[in-house]
Design a protein around this ligand. Structure first.
Ligand SMILES: NC(=O)c1ccc[n+]([C@@H]2O[C@H](COP(=O)([O-])OP(=O)(O)OC[C@H]3O[C@@H](n4cnc5c(N)ncnc54)[C@H](O)[C@@H]3O)[C@@H](O)[C@H]2O)c1
Length: 280
């Protein structure tokens, strides 16, 4: 498929994890891509590997002028901006709410929410006069459910959905689509720091997440990228204002149906639908 031939994208957090998979996918399907990330070495290496249709721009999404420069580089080098992927994010401040350091709260919000606002602002500045484009942002199940992520992280990820839907309403008359992707626990350096022996232990993360996965294997960046590429492409020409979960039903499916266990005639079982495991 060559769904992005002649199109131009900016991917924040594009040097690793989900962002890298999206950079590779967009590039494979013909796009010119700006990799906007704070990771100098990984970003430059990826851009060198992909060649002339990829550029790395050092971008801290918490600094507005750097987000503006990434967008301007896309327009200056490749002539337009068709896809903005607001994906950079950090786990941020951790720990119980009663011991939350407020300076770390500010930093987390500056990257995970303010950074996304900046991405919207500077993408819209180019896309509105162009009267076309797609903006996608990365949320998380933590933005929808309690107990699956750190507090402030979860709050920023809920805010990303609210922001995205609000901007979708403004930009629809300009022919710009705005959507959110909601990945479950993905095998990336971010999760490897939590479930394995550090950011580089991707094998350990694959194993740990595979063992607790809702499907037969762990969720991979390429699975998430497939959803992002769908939303970014003309396949989703009539799709705006959605939050697309790529999470094996983590957010939408409470458990296994009683029909799985064959106990479908038992009203108690039906009442308990979703709390029964297939093995019961
Ligand atoms: N991994 C998961 O399980 C998971 C699940 C749901 C949502 N997400 C979200 O997906 C996005 C990508 O996460 P990932 O798992 O690929 O993480 P990751 O840590 O593997 O990659 C994130 C990338 O963002 C970059 N980055 C960090 N801070 C930045 C900043 N201030 N400016 C620019 N770039 C910055 C990093 O250098 C890195 O390349 C994040 O928004 C994350 O919250 C991840």
């Amino acid at each position: 498929m060559n769904r992005f031939e002649g199109r131009v994208a900016v991917v924040t957090g594009g040097a690793g994890g989900i962002g890298e998979a999206v950079v590779r996918g967009l590039h494979r399907e013909g796009a010119c891509v700006v990799i906007a990330d704070v990771q100098e070495d990984a970003g430059r290496a990826l851009s060198a590997e992909l060649g002339s249709r990829a550029l790395f721009v050092h971008t801290d999404v918490a600094a507005e002028q750097e987000v503006a420069a990434a967008v301007d580089t896309a327009v200056g080098a490749f002539g337009r901006l068709d896809v903005m992927f607001n994906n950079a994010g950090v786990m941020g401040v951790l720990g119980p709410i009663d011991r939350t350091p407020m300076a770390e709260v500010d930093t987390t919000i500056a990257i995970n929410l303010r950074g996304v606002v900046c991405g919207f602002k500077h993408a819209a500045r180019v896309m509105k006069p162009q009267r076309s484009g797609v903006i996608i942002s990365t949320s998380s199940p933590g933005g929808m459910l309690g107990g699956v992520g750190p507090h402030v992280y979860s709050a920023t990820k809920a805010a990303v959905v609210g922001l995205s839907n609000s901007v979708a309403a403004e930009l629809r008359p300009f022919g710009i689509r705005v959507n959110t992707i909601v990945p479950g626990a993905v095998v990336t350096p971010m999760t490897a720091t939590v479930v394995a022996d550090g950011a580089h232990d991707i094998g350990g993360a694959e194993q740990a997440l595979g063992a607790s996965a809702l499907m037969d294997r762990a969720l991979r960046p390429s699975d998430v990228a497939a959803g992002v590429l769908y939303l970014a492409s003309d396949d989703a020409a009539y799709v705006t204002g959605v939050a697309l979960p790529v999470d094996a039903g983590m957010t939408g499916v409470h458990g296994s149906s009683p029909y799985t266990s064959g106990r479908y005639a038992d009203p108690v079982t039906l009442l308990e639908a979703g709390r029964i495991r297939a093995a019961d």
